[in-house]
Design a protein around this ligand. Sequence first.
Ligand code: ARG
Length: 469
Amino acid sequence: MAISENNTKSKKLWGGRFAGATAASVEAFTESISYDRRLYSYDIMGSKAHATMLEAGGLLSSEELTVIIDGLSAIETSIDEERFSFKSELEDIHMNIEKALIDAIGPAGAKLHSARSRNDQIALDLRLYLRDQCDCIMALLDDTRRAFVGLARRYMGQVMPGYTHLQRAQPVLISHHMMAYFEMFGRDRERIADCRKRINILPLGAAAMAGTGLPINREMVAELLGFDKVTANSMDTSGDRDFAIEFVSCCTMIQLHLSRLSEELVLWSSQEFSFVTIADKFCTGSSIMPQKKNPDIPELIRGKSGRVVGSLMSLITLMKGLPLTYNRDLQEDKEPVFDAVDTVSASLAIMAEMLGNLEFNTRRMEDATKTGFMTATDLADYLVLHDVPFREAHGIVGRAVASCIERGCELTDLTLAEIRKFSPVIDNDIFGVLSVRGSVDSRVSTGGTATLRVEEAVSAAEKQMGIGD
Ligand code: ARG
């Protein structure tokens, strides 16, 4: 491949030791401005705090600080308004902004990079960005969790089959199933909140990797930018992306939960289940089969989990062989992080909206609890309460079920005399025990599906989420 060069000396901000210009192919290969431009507001925020600290330490005059701050504000406005021209020959967001500042205000701008390296600068930008993303994702998780509490309240008391191995297992309340997701996304929220603590530590001041001899005040910068503290080791700081991996792994867990939920919605909206109707505005049709109404949203959310898992794999693999400290490989962290953020945020937002428009077919769900011997465990528990050892009880119920299968009936279709043949301890009260409602409401153990327990859980969640205040 021909290498194109312009034969003048390097025009880079770092060009002093270079005799020739960079090859155009190299500029195209090494640039990150095409994607790291999305960090511009954080880069500017960080530079303003850095400059403020430099002035306090006597490295900038107050006049210089003023022109730097004003210059940075003007650059931010021009980027906001899409008037800024990003240049790939300036590699990344840091140098695009610094060069524009120097062009605009002259020598004061050239002092901004004192006591700083792009290595600690990019770590700062990424931490500031991810801190905001933690807050956004927590808010989106809360919207989703509120949607589940809303559904749980709306369908309180209605029953459905609970499954293990996707086989009908035991009857549960629809609300109990909804509150399972409330818990799952609650853990996701806790994880993000915890991850945020390790993100919210100031890296600036590590400089290239060894710290700096210039008089800086890292604690002041931390305070200005709302960080809880400063990082402890400059070498660790300059090459650390644990916080990004941790964040994307939190995103992966969220997307995984969304994907499991999506799988259920796809199943439930099938004609075979017909448990839910997803509002028309959240479905699409087929270009060939006029009768089709497809659950595209949950399908796409499920499909997009591959992207998030992929982003996590990219980051882990990226870090695996890196010696301390900063290596240019780290530039490859941005796109997976951004893609994970975009995918999880969009998936959570649309899921919350769709849940608010979901209709359960409660008749169909209740009917589904009436077949499949779903209260067989209740019969076994009944025997246990009459002093039959559980293993023996299990065998008795197994034989009763087998005989029902042979006769093509359910346990509840047997007469008292018929059912007593399997165990003489059985009495007339067994029919209440074998009823779906009786079964559900008997499960009063903490975290169980009894209406009493689920009502408590939903009320607590409503309180926690500020619903109904
Ligand atoms: N664009 C770079 C990145 O994303 C910024 C840091 C570059 N540092 C360097 N010494 N070349 O990692």
